[in-house]
Write a protein that binds this ligand. Sequence first.
Ligand code: PMP
Length: 377
Amino acid sequence: MQSFNLNNLLRPHILSLTPYSSARDEYTGKVGVFLDANENPIGSTTNTGDYNRYPDPHQWAIKQRLAPIKGVRPEQIFLGNGSDEPIDLLVRATCTPSQDNLLIMPPTYGMYEVSAAVNDVELVKVPLTPDFQVDTEAVLKAINSNTKLIWLCSPNNPSGNLLQADAIRTILEAARQSLVIVDEAYIDFADTPSWTTELDRYPNLVVLQTFSKAWGLAALRLGMCFASEELIQVLNKIKPPYNISAPTQSLALDALTHEAAKDEMVRQILTERQFLAEKLRSLPSVQVIYPSDANFLLVQFNDAKGIFEHLIEQQVIVRDRSKVKLCGGCLRISVGTRAENERLLSVLQAMDSSSVVDDLPLGTGEEAMKPEPVSNA
Ligand code: PMP
């Protein structure tokens, strides 16, 4: 087996880049007369607090508090403006446009493809199997010496399921010249340990998580990237200097002292996921409810488009995934509160009991999967 060498993966100019050095990099003390960063010394144009000083560019306080929660070292953490920021930085650090490629497994989260396109990087697509698992053999065949990044999303968006650990491990062990990124945005809703536990074993492993889902902080825009200290240093080198705002840092720091509240919300969402799945299962318009390890359900309907549009008329907004590979006829439904779920169900029930959808044809081709049991997780 070839050994992993990060330097072979990085674009040569990134390897030799001298990063921007901010005022707060050059002096880190907290007390003094700060005339070094061209800030406004007087105050801020808001009554809600003082924001006139630049924030810590390395977010050390958050990393110190987060590291023991995640079982990693602070130096193994990169924080981004949402996990979308490290998604883009990973592409920029490793993929030379018109030369390298990155591999994705559709149907999956759309930003991997967008980031490839923004950076003019070739995209290699190896579809998941019809039960939304990794086609390991096809992935290994598709990897070549220019494959810099392999994206795995587990639990996967939009299908909601965890990817099999064996498949991920096989890829980690075989693709020693690529970074293997496991996007765990929804991991808190799954009954399985994070891949962060394997970071010290696999130097090519990168794990993404986010404060946007279980922690309930989507508006703050705070994403986590866990990897080798060496790779984290590279991401720090190429990120905008002050990528996480001071309000986001202080709110996240506070949130991290309320882990039990996060756990309680997760429990509630899992109860609601079960409730929603059971109620949906009894509706004639529902064909398949895919097992979910996330905070949403992928549901195949007999008339996804008609139902999607009717739901919008009734001000219930779900995501139409019916045009996405392997998701024919499917809508993706985020698990709501009990009241929100009941509102969705009552609109669907009313539709089903009217004659509107009764006569519509069943889907064809990719849509025609057998109903799967609903996950109890
Ligand atoms: N990864 C996955 C799989 C997602 O579904 C999302 C958001 N829907 C993200 C990453 C981005 O999350 P963030 O809010 O941290 O940018």
